[in-house]
Design a protein around this ligand. Sequence first.
Ligand code: CMC
Length: 429
Amino acid sequence: MSEVAELKLEGQTVELPVVVGTENEKGIDISNLRAKTGYITLDNGYMNTGACTSAITFIDGEKGILRYRGIPIEVLAERSSFLETAYLLIDGKLPTQPELDNFTNRVRRHTMIHEDIKRFYDGFPRDAHPMAILASVVSSLSTFYQHENNRTEAELFSLNTVRLLAKLPTIAACAYKKSIGQPLMYPQNHMSYCENFLHMMFSTPAEHYEVDPVMIETLNLLLILHADHEQNCSTSTVRMVSSSKASLFAAITAGICALWGPRHGGANEEVIDMLTQMRNEGGSVSKYVEMAKDKNTKFKLMGFGHRVYKNFDPRAKILKAACDKLLAKMKISDPLLDLAKELEEAALKDPYFIERKLYPNVDFYSGIIYKAMGIPTVAFTVMFALGRLPGWIAHAKEYLNEPGNKINRPRQIYIGPALADYVSVDKRK
Ligand code: CMC
């Protein structure tokens, strides 16, 4: 017989089914609790709430394990390509060679954006944050693809998946080119996904530009490492918006907006700002460690800590090695990297960080790598979005294919005033 949990409430014993995952993770299914008892569960910040079952990504935060569809991130980082990983996440299995070729060719054929979209870029202020541009332009895609009633839902989802994967790099590169006053570059469909993106970022119509293979390899790695991370803030947002049956473009736009914040994807930008400030002030690592521990300041060490990982973030481990390799190959010596290493060492020895299990997360090293690649700091979170896109799509698809799926609608415990009078304006105090 399957396991049940018993809950005693007001003299009544309620039995609640226990759901067991593949890796023996256990959850108590409380979906009927309110109907049976009138109670709801309360969990601010969803610290302990499973919002769904999912077959996409497995994380064991205590052991530092991350797997996409069962495959360890270390293996994918070493052997896969970003588009293959995207296929794996979205379709649930590694593609055969013909499936991969077909998928890659479909993505290739959709890389251009409508010429009218380019005019949007003229309307944004020159210093507009690229995440705002990314969200606005992705949202606008739904206006270009709104009359497609002749397709089944599955066909449309597949086509919009390809459109998003193909166009997001073009949209992101255009935002960068606009910000530096250079012409927007067209995609080159004979190039690989990563090469094409870097070409659109750094080439100009004035001269021939060859993308450094080390940069292509590093970008491929970064995108794979960011491709999914189960129910994080932006992915949960994508599932939430999808649950209202809004379009995939709307759901992904919401995901981009959620990712932007400094507690989530925006942290990579903040890491560089923090290290730069530290260097400008003379490089006092201990001062920043003390500041992070001081509860009278709001300061946190950016790039440290994670809701799920209470051990080393496996992505940070891979990136640390990649960072050393990239800087050595490109013959770059970056004082910020030295400072980052010093900071990591100091924090990992400090009882405050040890007790709270605060380790460097993926954002700690990604910023230094992006900087070495010539990506401007304000565009770091855009890079995160490029990587996270297949994860968002995979979760939207999983949600939409779930039999009997329901609109996501949490409840609350109301703590405002009880029934109150409407006092006319002349009598208010
Ligand atoms: N520096 C100093 N103290 C910290 C830090 C930090 N970076 N992170 C957590 N703490 C402390 C926190 O103050 C709390 O202390 P106490 O128990 O004394 O009140 C304790 O550690 C537990 O932290 P929490 O805030 O309850 O943990 P959380 O799960 O709510 O937050 C987090 C996780 C990632 C938002 C947080 O660690 C943080 O703000 N880190 C810095 C921002 C960052 O690097 N974000 C990127 C996350 S990884 C990429 C992604 O998934 O988007």
